[in-house]
Design a protein around this ligand. Structure first.
Ligand code: HEM
Length: 171
């Protein structure tokens, strides 16, 4: 789809957002040697959210306290690494004009912050007794976290693969 359309009287309609001079500036700024830090750091909260649900399910199946403790650690580290990932994502969102101009990037930020609140609530809930916390609310929060992280990650991937945000134009 192009940014310009023609109306019935053949006048060109111009999208004022796409006319923004910085609209096509979408290269990553928060990067190490051109490799975006956000893309590298999101792997941790994504994987830990899945580990958290896995540990909860094994605890439910076996009753072995080890898995409830593993779930406590997965919840805490998933949340903290998620906050770290959010810093690089937020910096990229605010500093890169072509990312800042696209509504999809803001949608991703809102979904991501909702995910972080679910992960944070899950961790806080377990700090007052990690075994009692698993059933039923801990595991329910973990299932919600996995659904949210899948949504966030899929949507973040869309920003990169469909809109080419945070990528490099090559040298
Ligand atoms: C407020 C928080 C966040 C903001 C503003 C944000 C912003 C962005 C932006 C602008 C991109 C495009 C690529 C780039 O510029 O680096 C992106 C990609 C992505 N984000 Fe986020 N993000 C946030 C939090 C998160 C969290 C918590 C997760 C997952 C746990 C996540 C998962 C992803 C994924 C998987 C990609 C695609 C990376 C790739 O395939 O290379 N984001 N995000």
């Amino acid at each position: 789809m192009t940014d310009e359309h023609v109306n019935q009287s053949n006048e060109k309609l111009v999208d004022p957002i796409a006319e923004d001079p910085g609209y096509n500036e979408t290269e990553t700024l928060i990067a190490v040697a051109g490799h975006p830090i956000h893309a590298m750091s999101v792997a941790f909260p994504v994987a830990l959210s899945f580990c958290l649900l896995g540990a909860d399910m094994i605890y439910w199946w076996t009753g072995d306290a080890f898995w409830a403790r593993a779930a406590l650690w997965a919840a805490g580290t998933g949340f903290l690494f998620g906050v770290l990932a959010a810093f690089s994502g937020t910096a990229e969102l605010l500093l890169v004009s072509g990312i800042r101009a696209r509504p999809a990037a803001w949608t991703h930020a809102i979904i991501a912050v909702t995910l972080l609140s679910v992960l944070g609530a899950n961790w806080g809930h377990r700090l007052y007794g990690y075994e009692d916390a698993v059933l039923p609310y801990g595991i329910l929060l973990s299932a919600l976290g996995v659904a949210m992280v899948a949504f966030t990650g899929w949507h973040g991937g869309k920003l990169v693969f469909d809109y080419h945000l945070g990528t490099s134009k090559g040298s």
